[in-house]
Design a protein around this ligand. Structure first.
Ligand SMILES: NC(=O)c1ccc[n+]([C@@H]2O[C@H](COP(=O)([O-])OP(=O)(O)OC[C@H]3O[C@@H](n4cnc5c(N)ncnc54)[C@H](OP(=O)(O)O)[C@@H]3O)[C@@H](O)[C@H]2O)c1
Length: 345
């Protein structure tokens, strides 16, 4: 029998993962699945049956406060997948779940971003994860395997630049169509593209968290905390912070000059000095970032390998349930290979 998998979080990404879980390597199988309301338990749960019963809110048992530890103890998973909601204020429930799984020595794959809410929370999780595989790649850039790929490349990174937020792409596109900022913003919230607290996306907090994840994986250690990332505006363009204050008139004037407005995240790394910011950038229409639209994200990585300068430009889906689940499943399969290799060593 293959590896035993537990899964917390049966929302958009969790359901997308369940639909493809039969492709997990080596006969891996589900032994525990839970959302915020209830639990499914069994020696080999059928993902299709879980999906079908979850739609009816029909569970084996209801969730109880503090039950994450007894659930994981009983299920004895070989690896745990955490797909609960991101909460950057309290970190819950993901941080508690990760603490419990890691304390039990269970390797983790997660797409939730909550453990990156502060330097202290991240340090606590990474300390617990010493010696235990902890793959949180999918928390950064959804479907774009930027962190895994560059870990494989091995160059010394000097700069990261990226268009990393789909909501701001959407709003800037609406401004280009003449829709006023407040209307485009409210539309994005109503259609579920923006968080209800829209400042998270539009002032650059979301990009800041992504820069934290990117730099940690690409540099091999935490070099940046969320609060280290400067949130910039452009007073000369009437922009307070992020893209807040941009207008259809501004976007039209820039377009007439062959320019495009984007929210750009940037990190410069020079030895131990790391400077990070997120803010509005006026780009030439022919710039590689100028055509990054909708929920497509792109990141440019610059670095050196010995004396050779290298530049990578990656673009792909920065959001989406299937897209994120694809990355999660890739990480699950990688982890299964590592665990199998450890056992056979
Ligand atoms: N969607 C994307 O494009 C994307 C991209 C990158 C990263 N992510 C991250 O991936 C995670 C999942 O995203 P999503 O879009 O699937 O979110 P979602 O649709 O809001 O689903 C969250 C799921 O977590 C469950 N949950 C809540 N509290 C729980 C608890 N204590 N224990 C177990 N499950 C609990 C919810 O169950 P109830 O319905 O019972 O509350 C729901 O099933 C989030 O952290 C998100 O930030 C998402």
């Amino acid at each position: 029998m293959g590896k035993r998998i537990s899964l917390f979080g049966l929302g958009h990404v969790g359901q997308a993962l369940l639909r493809s879980l039969h492709r997990a390597r080596g006969g891996a199988h589900l032994v525990l699945a839970a959302d915020g309301h209830g639990v499914y338990r069994g020696e080999s749960l059928d993902p299709a049956a879980v999906l079908e019963r979850r739609a009816r809110r029909d569970y084996d048992a209801p969730r109880r406060p503090g039950d994450e530890e007894p659930l994981l103890l009983e299920a004895r998973p070989d690896l745990h997948v955490e797909l609960t909601p991101t909460n950057l204020e309290t970190g819950l429930p993901a941080v508690r779940d990760l603490e419990v799984a890691l304390a039990l020595g269970v390797p983790v794959v997660t797409a939730a971003k909550s453990h990156q809410r502060s330097r202290e929370t991240l340090a606590g999780i990474l300390e617990r994860a010493q010696g235990i595989p902890f793959l949180d790649h999918a928390a950064t850039l959804a479907g774009i395997p930027a962190t895994e790929m560059v870990a494989g490349v091995g160059m010394r990174l000097t700069r990261i630049e990226g268009v990393l937020n789909g909501t701001t792409n959407y709003i800037l596109a609406r401004l280009a169509e003449g829709v006023p900022f407040e209307a485009a913003r409210d539309e994005a919230v109503a259609r579920g593209f923006a968080e209800r607290d829209w400042r998270y996306d539009l002032e650059g907090d979301d990009v800041a968290v992504k820069l934290v994840g990117l730099t940690r994986h690409l540099c091999g250690r935490p070099v940046l905390a969320r609060d280290d990332v400067r949130r910039e505006g452009a007073p000369e363009l009437g922009i307070e912070r992020g893209i807040v204050g941009a207008t259809p008139e501004l976007v039209a004037r820039l377009a007439a000059e062959g320019k495009v407005l984007k929210l750009l995240g940037r990190v410069d790394i020079d030895g131990d000095s790391v400077r990070a910011s997120v803010g509005p950038a006026v780009l030439d229409r022919r710039d590689s970032f100028a055509g990054i639209e909708g929920f497509t994200n792109a990141v440019r990585l610059e670095g050196t390998m010995n004396e050779t300068r290298m530049e990578l430009f990656l673009r792909g889906p920065g959001a989406g349930a299937d897209e994120t689940a694809s990355r999660v499943l890739g990480n699950v399969n990688h982890l299964i290979e590592v665990l199998d290799w450890r056992e056979s060593a």
